[in-house]
Ligand binder design. Structure first.
Ligand code: 13P
Ligand code: SF4
Length: 333
């Protein structure tokens, strides 16, 4: 079946709200991508941290949970996954018989690399009563060793549903893990990984910007440190940031997450102002991995059907179970 979904710009002129690529180049690439999408019966899924040009041509833009849910139900034959490697892997695990391509195969994640599967297996051997809860920001091999997967959007719900007679082991983000412990009251052994972007915000850098914009609520991702989370008006996944900012009467917001989120927020909440939270020593709020993807690379991966995701049958089978468990618990009322 051919998917007739058109690439629908979500604003009147997406080019007008983005920027660095010359207009003619943007128009030509967008046209070619649309034609390839029809020819391949492809769907383009993009994370909220992708560059504006990619967000604007995607069929769906969202957080890790929304992207996994879209991947689980898409009727498309080809999934073009614009995010980082572990996200495309998740789409492949949910669709082992579909082609999953990604613009740049080297787009990794500091959380994923902090937790090699053999090291996790070693820790698991020290306590047979461990129930392993893995943040989706991990490799397929780590997912295959886990009991359930979580995203920042459903971690509290899933930890609340974890068996009461097991010792909870949470990998690989210690900041998300400690936030979930605060929210659920469930003690957990935490893997000592972190997101190299979200730990750049400090109590001092946030306090400074709050003094400058005293009426602007601070919205922070749970991958931020506790020192920053304590200053926040709202701590949530990237998708929930959209809902929070939309329904809030405030007109200005300080956003402590990766910079790509600002494009999504500006598009969804026209007229409101979003201030990127500053770091102490650098403009470190861009994830170098997320930013490896460009519109040209999206075009090329569709034209060549490469790079493609390939996983062994064993990993595919073992990693699917904890992801499906996550989707099932997430869908509960
Ligand atoms: P979300 O699931 O909230 O979009 O977060 C993904 C991520 O990589 C945060 O750094
Ligand atoms: Fe990984 Fe951090 Fe980049 Fe998200 S922002 S993909 S957690 S390195």
């Amino acid at each position: 079946m051919i998917d007739t979904t058109e690439v629908q710009p979500r604003v009147a002129d997406p080019y007008a709200v983005r920027q660095p690529m010359p207009r003619a180049r943007y128009d030509a690439l967008s046209r070619d991508i649309l034609a390839l999408k029809k020819k391949l019966n492809a769907v383009i899924l993009a994370h909220n941290y992708q560059v504006a040009e990619i967000q604007d041509i995607a069929d769906y833009v969202g957080d890790s949970l929304g992207l996994a849910q879209q991947a689980a139900k898409t009727p498309a034959d080809v999934i073009v996954f614009c995010g980082v490697h572990f996200m495309a892997e998740t789409a492949k695990i949910l669709n082992p018989n579909k082609v999953v391509v990604l613009p740049d195969v080297d787009a990794g994640c500091s959380l994923e690399s902090s937790c090699p599967a053999p090291k996790l297996a070693e820790l698991q051997r020290t306590n047979p009563n461990f129930y392993t809860i893995a943040y989706i920001n991990c490799s397929a091999a780590v997912k295959a060793l886990s009991d359930v997967i979580v995203t920042s959007g459903n971690a509290v719900k899933i930890v609340n549903a974890a068996p009461k007679d097991r010792d909870l082991l949470f990998v690989p983000d210690e900041n998300l893990g400690s936030w979930v412990m605060e929210k659920t009251g469930r003690p957990m052994t935490l893997w000592k990984g972190n997101c190299y972007v979200h730990v750049e915000w400090t109590h001092a850098s946030i306090t400074r910007i709050r003094r400058e914009f005293p009426d602007a609520p601070l919205v922070a991702h749970p991958e931020c440190t506790k020192a920053v989370r304590l200053l926040a008006d709202e701590v949530c996944s990237t998708e929930r940031m959209v809902g929070y900012c939309r329904q809030s009467p405030a007109q200005e917001f300080i956003i402590a997450t990766e910079a790509g989120m600002l494009h999504r927020l500006e598009r969804e909440c026209p007229g409101k102002k979003f201030i990127p939270a500053p770091t102490d020593n650098c403009r470190c709020n861009e994830c170098k991995f997320m930013k490896m993807n460009t519109l040209e690379k999206v075009h090329d991966c569709m034209a060549k059907l490469a790079p493609q995701l390939h996983l062994s049958a064993d990993i595919l089978a073992r990693a699917k179970l904890p992801i499906e468990r996550m989707l099932e618990i997430s869908a509960r009322p």
